[in-house]
Design a protein around this ligand. Structure first.
Ligand code: PLP
Length: 437
């Protein structure tokens, strides 16, 4: 048994972290308010990444804390297996009011990864309920990130997230990504590249469209560096899916809740999928929660195909629709509405996009992609991929700015409450630190 020391960094194994470096030079967050964090030394750090894309309404929202407190005092927990509680139903209805088309049925989970695996299971269950049990294949995309559970790992297209975890699920194939060499410093959607959607058609021709359950894409590929879809690309995926009865799933774990200018990227780009996975800004990061919004008739087909009084979908989590998370989510949606945060983000985005694109003269920056309130900044690699990105992330942090780096790409995604002065502060620190390379 390990000796228990209360003031040591040894026992926590941090996720997606260079643990040895971290424990030599820890970056501990101690407090958060609005657009800022404070670390354990009391230094102020601007949050250029909404936590991890989740705190869209800024940090320290008292309304959310109070709603969670009130809920926990009233009722701390109830299972959602064969039981329910009022705020879960209210929250599902409020989410359905934001989703496009007839994506009106909402299944709750606790993380983006769980939402993705849930959507995969719903796609398979839908095929089975329609008498098309042969639809067992999935199509996703290179450079995709769909979380870390085994379903999402199989869908993902980032090599380091896959390479030591075996062969993954059989029957998952990857389209090419849409980050083309001619897309240099593009603001918004690239003009070229819609033809990359034809990769889906090639899989249809290779395997038979009637063997494919669903095509999963992030409308804007987030973690890999904010790859904005070329004009017409998502529309073409929709057409091919329609022609072959393949479900189109948008993984909006990052895109959802105003990041691209509208509640969902589906609305920003005018393409309605059959399911949407969402997580990050659903509770403003205050409680772990995710959801899958599903078309009415998918729900009805699965539910109606089962005998009376029997479970229709053998899937769910102990903490699905946790009361505290529902309370946080309802309070979050109130903030988005009352403060008009989606509209505010949409109005701020031209200023934000100009500010990041203006960094393009810095020698170490190889490319910038931006749309809405997010940007991916590619840095020229150092000796090995990832070294420069990590180094820049640490240097930026030490200079008072928090962002996420994936490989050599810096991801910038300020909260939707950001003022021009915050955008200026973020771009100023980026310029100061990145110019040193
Ligand atoms: N899907 C997408 C598009 C994501 O960006 C993420 C996380 O970044 C996930 C799924 C996984 O979410 P989580 O880390 O909550 O499991």
């Amino acid at each position: 048994m390990a000796q228990v020391l209360t003031n040591t960094l040894e026992h926590q194994w941090l996720p997606f972290t260079a643990n040895r470096q971290f424990k030599e030079e820890p970056r501990l967050m101690a407090k958060a308010e609005g657009m800022y964090y404070w670390n354990h030394k009391g230094e102020k750090i601007i949050d250029a990444c909404s936590g991890l894309f989740c705190c869209a309404a800024g940090h320290g929202r008292k309304e959310i804390a109070e709603a969670v407190h009130t809920q926990l005092m009233e009722m701390d927990y109830a299972t959602s297996f064969q039981l329910g509680h009022p705020s879960a139903f209210e929250f599902a209805s409020r989410i359905a009011a934001l989703t496009p088309g007839d994506l009106n049925r909402v299944f709750f989970a606790n993380s983006g990864s769980e939402a993705v695996d849930t959507a995969m299971k719903i796609a398979l269950a839908y095929g089975a309920a329609k008498g098309e049990g042969q639809r067992v294949r999935f199509v996703s995309r290179e450079r995709a990130y769909h979380g870390v559970n085994f379903g999402g790992t199989a869908l993902s297209g980032l090599v380091k997230n896959r390479d030591v975890y075996g062969t993954g699920l059989p029957g998952v194939v990857h389209m090419r990504h849409t980050d083309l060499p001619e897309h240099k410093f593009v603001k918004g959607q690239p003009e070229t590249g819609a033809e990359m959607a034809e990769d889906l058609l090639r899989f249809v021709q290779l395997y038979g469209g009637d063997t494919i359950a669903a095509c999963f894409v992030e409308p804007v590929a987030g973690s890999t560096g904010w790859l904005v879809p070329p004009k017409g690309y998502l529309n073409r995926l929709r057409e091919i899916c329609d022609e072959h009865d393949i479900l189109l799933v948008f993984d909006e774990v990052i895109c959802g809740f105003g990041r691209t200018g509208k509640p969902f990227a589906a609305q920003t780009f005018g393409v309605t999928p059959d399911m949407i996975t969402m997580a990050k800004a659903l509770t403003n990061g205050a409680q772990p929660m995710s959801a899958v919004a599903v078309r009415d008739d998918i729900y009805e087909t699965i539910v109606d195909s089962a005998p009376e009084n029997s479970v229709e979908l053998f899937h769910g989590y102990t903490y699905s629709a946790h009361p505290a998370a529902c309370a946080a989510g309802l309070a979050t949606l109130d903030i988005y509405k009352n403060d008009q945060l989606f509209e505010r983000g949409e109005k701020m985005s031209p200023y934000f996009m100009d500010a990041v694109i203006d960094l393009q003269d810095i020698p170490v920056i190889e490319n910038i992609r931006t749309q809405g309130m997010m940007a991916g900044i590619d840095l020229a690699p150092d000796v090995r991929p990832g070294i420069r990105g990590f180094d820049a992330q640490v240097k930026l942090f030490n200079a008072g700015l928090h962002l996420k780096a994936t490989g050599d790409t810096a991801l910038v995604a300020p909260a939707l409450i950001a003022e021009k002065s915050h955008v200026d502060e973020i771009s100023g620190i980026l310029r100061e630190v990145l110019s040193t390379y």
